[in-house]
Write a protein that binds this ligand. Sequence first.
Ligand code: SF4
Length: 73
Amino acid sequence: MSQKSQPCELIEKCNFFNSLQVDAVRRGWELWFCKNPAKFEQCERKKLRINGKTPANDMTPTGRFLHEYPDYE
Ligand code: SF4
């Protein structure tokens, strides 16, 4: 029996996650961070939020910006 794990608690109001328009890109970040309990506590966006700071919308969970990733348009 498998129990569905919960996503990051910030997912509904996360400007980064909710701005992803391309399904494949969105799915990639879901699997890597946003719906991966083993990773979302390490999200750099979340760390900033916990410290009362607001990350830029295009800052990814790794701390890099989307435009810094090769092949991302
Ligand atoms: S980008 Fe970070 S803060 Fe936003 S939903 Fe994903 S894991 Fe949570």
